[in-house]
Design a protein around this ligand. Structure first.
Ligand code: PEP
Length: 249
């Protein structure tokens, strides 16, 4: 049985005052029946971890370096994220692939670092609008998976997030059939590469304009084990609507 996961990505949003949202979430979900994760900016990880304390909510990072320490000004290692209180790390988000020219092999090296440190990697894949319109979606996703997912992956340390780039922050969402097609494809690829046992145990998240109003429909799609949520994770009220939908799925 795959444990469902509602993951919030605050991106470059949030200062100390916003921890009140996390406090509110903690009060509402002292022991959620699904995994609930918030990935604040790195500056807030330690305080976020202190805010949730022993509560059921988990804290994650949004990126990390491939090395565990060294002369890399401005970077943060997986070990440092763990030390600050993170248990998962988002990797290969399309904004990092675009803003920082991250390639699949960079994402794979980062994922190795995360897994070696004992954290879970949430590896993002997704096509652009041009790629979807050219009917290249599955080729793109397959290539990103082969290139970005390391061999040491297991159902314990890997989570894959399907995030069509054109759906991120736009209010546009693929049809439920389109989401199902990609998630079934990702599942089949994982089973083929890692065997049925591991392939079936990896959690698959959908990300891209998930809101309280569309979450229940998305969570009913086959092989959708939760969501990676940007904008709607910033406010406890909005994110609660998504967590509730996942708990009831
Ligand atoms: C994201 O950035 O991963 C994301 C899915 O954003 P949004 O929910 O705002 O579309």
């Amino acid at each position: 049985m795959r444990r469902k996961l509602a993951a919030g990505n605050w991106k470059m949003n949030g200062t100390a005052g916003d921890l009140a949202e996390l406090e509110a979430l903690s009060r509402t979900y002292p022991s959620p029946s699904v995994d609930v994760l918030i990935c604040p900016p790195a500056t807030l990880i330690h305080r976020a971890a202190q805010t949730v304390g022993e509560a059921g909510i988990k804290i994650g990072g949004q990126d990390c370096h491939t090395a565990s320490s060294g002369a890399h000004t401005g970077d943060i290692s997986a070990e440092m994220l763990m030390d600050a209180g993170a248990s998962m790390v988002i990797l290969g988000h399309s904004e990092r692939r675009e803003d920082h020219a991250e390639q699949n092999e960079d994402v794979r090296a980062k994922a190795r670092a995360v897994m070696d440190a004992g954290l879970k990697a949430i590896i993002c894949v997704g096509e652009s609008l041009e790629q979807r319109e050219a009917a290249n979606t599955l080729d793109i996703i397959g290539g990103q998976m082969s290139g970005s997912i390391p061999d040491q992956s297991t159902g314990e340390n890997l989570i894959v997030a399907y995030e069509p780039i054109w759906a991120i922050g736009t209010g546009k969402v693929p049809t439920l059939d389109e989401i199902g097609e990609v998630h079934d494809f990702i599942r089949a690829r994982l089973e083929r590469r890692f065997g049925e046992g591991v392939g079936r145990s990896v959690r698959l998240l959908y990300g891209g304009s998930v809101k309280p109003g569309n979450a229940a429909d998305i969570f009913a799609v086959s092989n959708v084990d939760g969501a990676l949520v940007g904008g709607a994770s910033l406010k406890a009220d909005d994110f609660s609507g998504i967590i509730d939908a996942l708990q009831n799925a």
